[in-house]
Design a protein around this ligand. Sequence first.
Ligand code: SAM
Ligand code: SF4
Length: 326
Amino acid sequence: MLVDKFNRKHNYLRISLTDNCNLRCNYCMPEEDYDFTPASRLMQVDEIEAIAKVFVAAGVDKIRLTGGEPLVRKDAGEIIRRLSALPVFLTLTTNASRIHEFIDLLEELGVKSINVSLDTLIRDTFSILTKRDLFDQVYGNIELLLNRGFKVKINVVVMRGVNDKEIVDFVRWTSLNPIHVRFIEFMPFEGNHWKREKLVTWQEILALVSSHYTIEPLARFPHETVKKYRVQGFMGTFAVISTMSSPFCSDCNRLRLTADGKMKNCLFSKGESDLLGAYRRGEDIRPLISQTVVDKAEALGGQFAPDLILMDANQLVNRSMISIGG
Ligand code: SAM
Ligand code: SF4
């Protein structure tokens, strides 16, 4: 079992398959001409499988594939197939633009739950936010997932003056659809021009929804990063991921592997451990994994001021979101 010095047990690994993506969300990918990591420096299929097995032997029983966009990788299907053979709950975070190409495979391999990013329900706003005209494809693929019986969670990064006016529309969407909308507080990463003023907090989101609907809180399961609610009588639910205003670090069970094989013990950790390098040199990677877990900071990578108002995003040492893997 992977236990840190605060006695947190880690059983959940998020693996980034690539830092490449077919969308250009500016809160995630800093530049249009971002240099993607060359294929030779990415973990190859055998390496992903072998490293994942080491984590599984150490107690990991949930793996999420992410990126970049995991489904733009040519061998994504083979990676999903290999990892689905491990004794883990396997899931995926995707922008859904290529789900139609993978849905049969996902169904065949028993993947049950998919997180989809969608920050707007307006076609034109989607094109502005992502710099790509793929709204209809993404929306159609969300419907496809629902029709085929997948559990669908929708990730919405809320930014003031950008999409905060759609919060109630997203909640209304859960009325007749069994979808789970998760509003994510906008987080700072290298190059994403984060400002305190753009952050819409959990408290603000809740107050806004409550002014339109009668809502009921739902039970929080251990390690969950969301505060969940349901509007009375609605089929779906909504939730807020309050990383910034009310972090959930005290029972965090997550570890991360970047597409180039670096292990991060927190989304906001300054440091990273070169697991792929060690693996390619034929070393035993288990001590490196254990040490990286032990080194985990108590909260938010040890980088944030306790008061967000005091936080200077320029002082953060981290990669951009796209190169970490969300
Ligand atoms: N391409 C896939 C997608 O968009 O779902 C997976 C990778 S993406 C980096 C994973 C998640 O990180 C997405 O839900 C995205 O909205 C979220 N994300 C990216 N940048 C963020 C930021 N600055 N603040 C909060 N969430 C962010
Ligand atoms: Fe691509 Fe996802 Fe980042 Fe958007 S949030 S640029 S879809 S990786």
